[in-house]
Design a binder for this molecule. Sequence first.
Ligand code: E4P
Length: 216
Amino acid sequence: MQLFIDSANVDEIREIAAWGVLAGVTTNPSLAAKEGRDFTVMLAEICDLVAGDVSAEVVATDTAGMLAEAEPLLAVSDKVTIKLPLTPDGLAACRTLSDRGVRTNVTLCFSATQAILAAAAGATYVSPFVGRVDDTANDGIALLEEICAIYATRGYGTKVLAASLRHPQHVAQAALAGADVATLPAKVFHQMVRHPLTDRGLEQFLADWAGYRGGA
Ligand code: E4P
C-alpha cells in the first residue's frame, strides 16, 4: 500500500517526504484554504517535493467548469491528478479527462455503489472517506473492505485510495482491507513512527555503546 500525505502545507509535506516514505500527496479545498496562499504556486512547490501523484481538487460544480479549472492545474506539473467530487457532473468530467489520459481522483465517496460509478467513469483513484463515515456512527473500514472486495472481484483498474484516515489503526486496517493507497495527515505519520520500546531500546543501545571500550 502506498502512503500519501493529506496536506497542503509545504513544510509538513517536506518533513514527511524527507523520511523517504511518501508516494504522493492529496489536497482538498479546505486544506488549501487554510494555507491562505495562491493555490497554483503552492501546488508547484508541493509537486517539487514528491515523486508521485499530487491531487488538486476543482471547486466548480458543473462539468464544463470542472474541465476549465483542470487546465491551469494540469499546466503546473505532470504529477497533478485532478480531484473531482462524486456527483453526476464530477463523473462526466472524470470520463472526459480519463479519455484524454489525465489522471483523476474521484473524491467524497461514501458508498460501494458510488465507488462502482467512479470505476465505470475511468477514475485513476476513488477516495472513500473512512473517518467521515465513522463520524456518522457507521463503519468506515467496513465500507472500505466492501469497495476493495468489489474492485478485486471485478478486476477494476481504478485504485482504492483510503481517505479521511484519523489514526494509525485506520492505516493498518486500510492495508488489511487491500487499499492501494492510504492518505493521512502529518499527525498520523508521527503517531505511526513512535513506539516507546523503540525509544527505550535506542537509549539502551547508545548507553551500552558509550560504555564500550572495544573489548579492552
Ligand atoms: C482526502 O483526499 C481528503 O482530503 C481527506 O482525507 C479528508 O479527511 P478529513 O475527513 O479528515 O477532513
